[in-house]
Design a protein around this ligand. Structure first.
Ligand code: BG6
Length: 481
């Protein structure tokens, strides 16, 4: 199958930091279908050869194991092309069209790795140029909008030009192998299903913690904040996969229908419940991995008195028979104590303890990163002579060790899926809009509350109020247990 893959925003950060390295990995693993061309388009004028040199330079900043050797780059570089494009000029789209028609590949993937405010303009122009035939797919990188209205506006334009099956909305968390393993755990194994409900589960915690700060992304981040950047998309997508009913097939729409039902069942927020159940924070100076780091306000180009949150913890419920009353805690933040993304399923305590000492409930930890694995915490007897107290032990599964070779990174997987036309791991417009609908009352309440984010020290686990949120229900975050 021949394909042409076009990156709008071809010299942007996302393209060289994530997309090109992922494509190179696919190429190195022999996964990229034969007969592909990759075209980067951006504002600068340069011949293909210069773009290749520029990209080769950028690759030096990429993680060592993902960096091509000169010989590898030579071969990969042969697939790369570059064209200048002014995205407001209709004739530049016509030129792109004739470039694509020169070869008439089986599939054309147009990846919008630009600033999202250009999405509607680009889609309209693509439509006007006739670059929306059935073999064309458009990939939209997050953030898609900054609230419900803007997301609906983008989706309206996308839908007027492309069919839903041509629109690939990226949430790169869905491409992570650990997230696919979550589907495998739940729907490829019968073991946990009888327990996966309110009768057995006390609470579920989803933590997406980062130790990095906002770095050079300050101006973008300040307009965005943690709720829009991580909760509206990544954390909610994980929640849907944990809480969804088994789909009838593995088809994209069967899965996405079930995920949408979860989003629709989330308990809606009111101004009152936001002040009770949502904690927002902003980091101050502190120390991460033994190094002193500056606070958010000193990251550079952050407006004075910014109220942008770099941390969110919230409590919600999925209002249906399976989950009624089970708290789901979601938490994310920058400059936290560790880079650690995990889902913790806390089971209920034994109904009638007969052993002395603490009867720690069972816990299943789905580790997304830095490790990719599963840990099941149990209690066992050590077999000591004069104690019947039980000791916590773990069954630990490390997927990187179990499947040492051929593990595919998130962007690599998603790019290959977009080329192959597999939509399972992409977000449908109704899911995305429903996520905005749920998040919006939080944004509205924050505008009015006059309180602003609570401060936390860089290198901590966020404001103390986040611990209190969970403690109120008689629980604690996994690292505090
Ligand atoms: C992105 C956010 O979507 O996800 C970033 O915009 C965040 O702020 C990143 O750092 C985290 O992704 P990962 O894969 O490193 O956990």
């Amino acid at each position: 199958m021949s394909f042409d893959l076009v990156f709008f925003g071809g010299t942007g950060d996302l393209t060289w930091r994530k997309l090109m390295p992922a494509l190179f990995q696919a190429f190195r693993h022999g996964k990229l279908p034969e007969g592909g061309r990759i075209l980067a388009v951006a504002r600068d004028d340069m011949p293909d050869e210069r773009y290749r040199e520029w990209l080769k330079e950028r690759f030096r900043e990429v993680d060592g194991s993902k960096r091509p050797t000169d010989e590898e780059f030579e071969k990969f570089g042969a697939l790369l092309h570059y064209r200048r494009m002014d995205l407001s000029q209709p004739e530049h789209y016509l030129k792109l069209k004739s470039w694509l028609e020169e070869r008439n590949a089986d599939t054309v993937v147009l990846y919008l790795a630009t600033s999202p405010h250009l999405f509607t303009q680009i889609c309209e122009q693509l439509g006007a140029a006739g670059l929306n035939t059935p073999k064309v797919r458009v990939v939209l990188e997050k953030p898609l909008g900054h609230d419900l209205a803007s997301a609906q506006e983008i989706n309206k334009v996308v839908r007027s030009v492309f069919s839903e099956s041509q629109a690939f909305r990226i949430d790169h968390y869905l491409g992570k192998p650990s997230v696919q393993n979550l589907m495998a755990l739940r729907f490829g194994n019968a073991l946990f299903e009888p327990l996966w409900r309110r009768e057995s589960i006390a609470n579920i915690q989803i933590t997406l913690a980062e130790s990095l700060g906002v770095g050079t992304r300050g101006p973008f981040y300040d307009q965005t904040g943690a709720l829009r950047d991580m909760i509206q998309n990544h954390a909610l997508q994980l929640l849907t996969m944990i809480a969804m009913e088994p789909p009838s097939t593995a088809d994209a729409d069967a899965i996405r229908d079930e995920k949408l039902k979860v989003l629709r069942s989330l308990k809606p927020f009111t101004a009152e419940s936001v002040s009770r159940d949502v904690v927002r924070g902003q980091y101050r100076a502190g120390s991460v991995d033994g190094k002193a780091v500056v606070g958010y306000m000193d990251e550079g180009k952050i407006p004075e008195e910014s109220q942008t949150e770099t941390f969110v913890a919230l409590r919600t419920e999925v209002q249906n028979w399976r989950w009624a009353g089970v708290p789901f805690y979601l938490r994310t933040g920058k400059r936290l104590a560790a880079r650690d993304a995990q889902i913790v399923v806390n089971f209920r305590e034994v109904p009638h303890p007969i052993f002395p000492g603490a009867n720690q409930p069972n816990r299943l930890i789905i580790k997304l990163q830095p490790e990719d694995g599963l840990e099941l915490q149990l209690l066992a007897s050590k077999g000591s002579a004069n104690s019947e107290a039980l000791t916590p032990v773990s069954l630990d599964l490390d997927f990187d060790k179990a499947f040492a070779s051929n593990r595919v990174g998130a962007y690599e997987r998603l790019l290959l899926d977009a080329i192959a036309g597999r939509l399972n791991l992409f977000v449908r417009s109704d899911e995305q809009e429903q996520a905005w609908r749920w998040v919006e009352p939080i944004l509205d309440a924050w505008k009015e509350d006059g309180v602003g984010p609570r401060h936390y020290n860089a290198g901590s686990w966020g404001p103390a109020a986040a611990s209190a949120l969970v403690a109120r229900d008689g629980f604690s975050w996994a690292e505090e247990a």
